[in-house]
Design a protein around this ligand. Structure first.
Ligand code: PAN
Ligand code: ZN
Length: 184
């Protein structure tokens, strides 16, 4: 029997490594529109990184992506750093998130705009139904690392979240979280 090395290493102390791992980086200049106000943060401030890996056809139904988001502890005029947030284009596609490091919130929104959040901390596991928009928010003091597994044919529907934004914004003021309701 031939025994070979794995193609990919998900080092929980670090990131996902392997020659076929894709990495994307979100800087403040790409993320300005997510926040209620613009801040004086440098345009090249690193907000988050996304690593993802699959093997074979990355659109084939039944195939899976494995991923990692590293969301840095940045405040934008007091508003906690967050991912852009999306529904899956294919609303049938579920996703698992699990927290490896840091602490924060997984904000969820149904198609009526009802918004709530699950706490994330090391070991927390989150099943995200296909009809829920999802966004990560770092409320802590260290990089938040969230692993994920989702179907390759899920797609990302960002436009729907622009039409119907998440119902709350999350601020951290003198160490205390404040949730601000977004008015329609
Ligand atoms: C994740 C997200 C990742 C970045 O891999 O894509 O956390 O969030 P945005 O895509 O909203 O910027 C996922 O949920 N994939 O389906
Ligand atoms: Zn997703």
């Amino acid at each position: 029997m031939n025994v070979i090395e794995p193609k990919v290493i998900h080092d929980f102390q670090d990131v996902i490594r392997g020659s076929e791992v894709n990495t994307s980086v979100k800087l403040y200049q790409d993320a300005k529109g997510f926040y209620r106000t613009e801040s004086a943060l440098a345009d090249d401030t690193l907000m988050y990184e996304v690593y993802h890996y699959t093997q074979g056809d990355d659109k084939r139904a039944g195939n899976l992506n494995w991923g990692l988001t590293v969301l840095y502890p940045v405040l934008v005029n007091g508003e906690c750093n967050m991912t852009r947030g999306h529904w899956h284009e294919n609303r049938k596609c579920v996703e698992f998130y699990f927290c490896i490091a840091g602490e924060g919130l997984l904000m969820l929104m149904d198609e009526d705009g009802t918004t709530w959040a699950e706490k994330t901390y090391p070991g927390s596991l989150h099943h995200i139904d296909g009809h829920l928009a999802h966004r990560l928010i770092n409320t802590g003091e260290e990089p938040m690392k969230i692993g994920a597994c989702w179907p390759c044919d899920a797609g990302h529907d960002y436009a729907a979240v622009e039409r119907q934004p998440f119902g709350y914004r999350v601020y951290k003021e003198e160490g205390t979280l404040r949730f601000e309701k977004v008015e329609d």
